[in-house]
Design a protein around this ligand. Structure first.
Ligand SMILES: Cc1ncc(COP(=O)(O)O)c(C=O)c1O
Length: 353
């Protein structure tokens, strides 16, 4: 195989990355050598970033968003924890954060690098955060309560308004991780964003369902203070402070996010949501017809009980699939996944089981 040619997405069913929109690709190439980390020098890409943040605000119910295009969901989540810790310094000496066990492992990294205790609490039988367990885990030293809007393993949406109420009763902040779900949820009736609950910060990643190029995550704060709490002085740049975690950043990621948002919000994303929702329902039905136990898809992510030997045989057929912590097969219906893709997958499944 020629190493300089990337693999196609034809058989990729486990990933939350996808083929970027053509407009995003073109924009990425144009802005490849710019650095939004130095916005006073690279003004054009800085303007694109401001546009992207404004549109992310529209998507998440926030008229005046404060945030930036991160390197991905991990950086956004780390920074949300950092902001909550920094903003609680006067109140708390031994900070902890409370998150459901379904939270992405980026919160483990955040806890580690920021020296904050991570309290993971069980999910309920529907795979959502257990509100009572969250309430019991929160105490005077809690700085952040995390809810996930589109979990990585099951695509579930936590009860965000309840989690925000628990956080604020304790004097803590509330962060929503909609890294994956953020471009799907606007077309559902879930309560998940800044308009639905007093959420303080939110992760929404253009490089997942937003169809931008990697690296393009998104971090938004309701208040200017959130972003300001992350800023450090930058003596030798043309600008005077920087709130991002990385210094030099990819102009390609920022420009591609702006281009994808410009091209697809809202109609393109709505159209894609409708397509992948139908696809996930159909695929879940096909698996059930074959006798597999399937977790009802809430967002377009299907988890099913497939034996280890069948799973391995499908991997031998070059399917890029993964398992949940509880060993279920998980298939994520990303923009590159079509009915043809899943029909071919089912044909292989029928042949190997
Ligand atoms: C819910 C959620 N949050 C955060 C992340 C981390 O995002 P990234 O891999 O872009 O850092 C993921 C990745 O899949 C995710 O599913």
């Amino acid at each position: 195989m020629q190493r300089s040619v990337p693999q196609t997405f034809d058989r990729v069913l486990s990933s939350m990355c996808t083929d970027p929109h053509p407009a995003a690709r073109a924009a990425a190439e144009r802005f490849l050598a710019t650095n939004p980390g130095d916005p006073a020098t690279y003004e054009e890409v800085a303007e694109l970033e401001a546009d992207a943040v404004e549109t992310l605000g529209k998507i998440t119910g926030l008229a005046d968003p404060h945030g930036y295009i991160t390197s991905g969901g991990t950086e956004a989540n780390v920074q949300a924890v950092r902001a909550a810790r920094n903003r609680s310094r006067d109140r708390v000496s031994d900070p902890n954060i409370v998150a459901p066990e379904s939270a992405h492992f980026s919160f483990n990294k955040a806890a580690d690098v920021l020296d904050v205790e991570l309290r993971l609490v069980p999910t309920d039988e529907t795979h959502r955060a257990d509100v009572d367990a969250v309430r019991a885990a929160v105490d005077d030293e809690t700085v952040l309560v995390v809810g996930v809007a589109g979990t990585t393993e099951f695509g579930r949406v936590d009860p965000i308004p309840e989690l925000a109420a628990i956080a604020h009763d304790a004097g803590a902040f509330c962060h929503v991780d909609a890294a994956w779900g953020g471009f799907l949820l606007p077309f559902t009736d879930h309560a998940w964003n800044f308009a639905h609950a007093p959420v303080d910060s939110l992760t929404i990643d253009p490089h997942k369902c937003g169809q931008a190029c990697i690296p393009a995550g998104g971090l938004l704060f309701r208040d200017r203070n959130g972003l300001d709490s992350l800023a450090v002085e930058t003596p030798y740049l043309e600008s005077t402070s920087q709130a991002t975690l990385t210094g030099t950043r990819s102009g390609a990621g920022v420009a591609s996010a702006a281009a994808a948002l410009d091209e697809l919000w809202p109609d393109g994303y709505r159209h894609e949501y409708d397509r992948v929702s139908d696809l996930a329902s159909w695929f879940a039905g096909e698996l059930r017809t074959r006798g597999f136990d399937v977790v009802d898809p809430e967002l377009p992510l299907v988890a099913a009980d497939v034996s280890e030997s069948t799973f391995q045989a499908l991997r031998d057929h070059e399917w890029r699939i993964s398992r949940t912590d509880s060993d279920l097969l998980r298939v994520v219906c990303m923009p590159h996944v079509t009915r043809d893709t899943l029909s071919a997958f089912l044909a292989d499944l029928d042949a190997v089981r």
